[in-house]
Design a protein around this ligand. Structure first.
Ligand code: UDX
Length: 433
């Protein structure tokens, strides 16, 4: 790597922030500047309270900030100074052919010569720093001409600071762009598959975790991403599948489109199934009943709520006129209000008639008819369920949408427990379900 290489990243979000912080850490001689038009966002990156929560991120940012890692709102200057620009060097998921579109715009604008690469990011939220530190692979797609290949080599050299060469894959732009969509579609497909199996388990008395274990020990299948849940969320899965579906339709491949679309359909069905279990479990109506919703993030260890299953669960419970008391250890109150007003199309005062935000699981559970777990936060496992039960309306219900609680212990205490893909509690009302 030439010394003094300057990298600029446009967009100080979930991908740009952690990726660039890791790059700055691993490449001390490279200057990394992250630019964004949002003044408060950049101010937060420059403060003690970073705008996103990601385990390990704080330490890395604090170690590099002001040395070779900078945050700025001066986008033009950042671009002018840079040898490599991320976003232009595409990072996050984009529709395929985006590189082509970017090239057309840049070349149309004139003077400067650019090579456009595709470098999709595979990090997952909550584990971004370890994913970045030790990626399964880095994928770089470029044009097959000389300057395209030189650009690929230049970016590969940056990653080679810490990623073994054999894990840095280079390919053409389209293969790179499509690989990202396919990877996310396959991952989402595994979740929808195990969630489909969870419905069979409930109907048959099988246990979804046992099935996943037995199936996952086949080395051809593998054990990861087989955790049944209330449905996948996050900013990528649904968007990427629908992107692939759209692509298939526009290429005249309706059967392929339909095949991938069923992954999203199954996911929607899983959320509805969970709500249905709550409603029917609570004797076929939740109107006026208090439900403590534990977790609002789309998965643990993140404050991100994009496409979170909790949003749809809440929307349905509000539709049924339940009183929903939400507690999440990380999600900001404002975010929850924004998500719920958008999902219900009600204004905030209207939503507030049904929803209360709480500062602890205990507060949410006080006076509740049921607890519903939507996110697998570790702290939920350590709650004092005997104490919680004292303050709840009897009989006390638990709907575990993540299978994180100790169901046998809860039943011993007297709770009626529903858990995804587990043999049904004989005390649970399943009429009309
Ligand atoms: C995903 C991809 O994993 C990542 O490679 C890509 O770059 C971005 O999209 P992310 O959205 O952060 O990452 O989360 P991920 O850990 O993949 O989980 C997605 C959703 O699936 C979550 O709601 C999670 O709870 C759910 N999930 C995951 C399950 O329900 N069961 C599983 O077994 C795994």
């Amino acid at each position: 790597v030439q010394t003094g290489l300057r990298i600029c990243c446009i967009g100080a979000g979930y991908v740009g922030g952690p990726t660039m912080a890791m790059m700055a850490l691993k490449c001390p001689e490279v200057t990394v500047t992250i630019v964004d038009i949002s003044v408060p966002r950049i101010a937060a990156w420059n403060s003690d309270e970073l705008p996103i929560y990601e385990p390990g991120l704080d330490k890395v940012v604090k170690a590099c900030r002001g040395k070779n890692l900078f945050f700025s709102t001066d986008v033009d200057q950042g671009i002018r100074d840079a040898d490599i620009i991320f976003v232009v060097v595409e990072k996050s998921t984009v529709p395929i052919k985006t590189a082509e579109a970017i090239s057309a715009v840049l070349h149309g604008a004139g003077k400067t010569r650019f090579d456009v690469l595709s470098n999709p990011e595979f990090l997952a939220e909550g584990t971004a720093m370890t994913d970045l530190d030790n990626p399964d692979r880095v994928l770089i797609g470029g044009n097959m001409n000389e300057s395209g290949q030189a650009a690929v080599a230049k970016l590969a050299d940056v990653y080679a600071h810490w990623v073994p060469r054999e894990r840095i894959l280079t390919t053409n732009v389209w293969s790179s762009e499509l690989s990202k969509l396919v990877a996310n579609s396959f991952l989402a497909q595994r979740v929808s598959s195990i969630n489909a199996v969870s419905a069979i388990c409930e109907a048959s008395g099988a246990d979804v975790d046992e099935v996943a274990r037995a199936v996952g020990m086949d080395s051809r299948i593998g054990p990861k991403f087989l955790k049944a849940s209330v449905g996948f969320g996050g900013s990528c899965f649904q968007k990427d599948i629908l992107n692939l579906v759209y692509l298939c339709q526009s290429m005249g491949l309706p059967d392929v489109a339909e095949y991938f679309h069923s992954v999203v359909t199954m996911n929607d069905r899983q959320k509805e199934r969970f709500v249905s279990r709550i409603i029917h479990g609570l004797f076929n109506t939740v109107t006026g009943k208090r439900i403590a919703l534990l977790g609002f993030a789309f998965k643990k260890d993140t404050g991100d709520t994009r496409e979170s299953a909790a949003i749809e669960i809440c929307r349905r419970l509000i539709e049924e006129r339940a009183s929903v008391c939400i507690y999440d250890p990380k999600v900001e109150a404002n975010q929850i209000w924004m998500d719920l007003t958008a999902a219900t199309r009600l204004d905030r005062t209207e939503v507030e008639k049904y929803v209360t935000l709480c500062d602890s699981a205990y507060e949410a559970a006080a006076g509740a008819h049921a607890l519903a777990v939507a996110t697998e936060w570790d702290e939920f496992k350590g709650l004092d369920f005997a104490k919680i039960q004292d303050g709840m309306v009897k009989p006390c219900f638990v709907f575990d949408g993540r299978n994180v609680l100790d169901h046998a212990a809860l039943r011993k205490l007297g709770y009626i427990v529903y858990a995804i893909g587990k043999p049904l509690d004989p005390k649970l009302n399943t009429n009309f379900c």
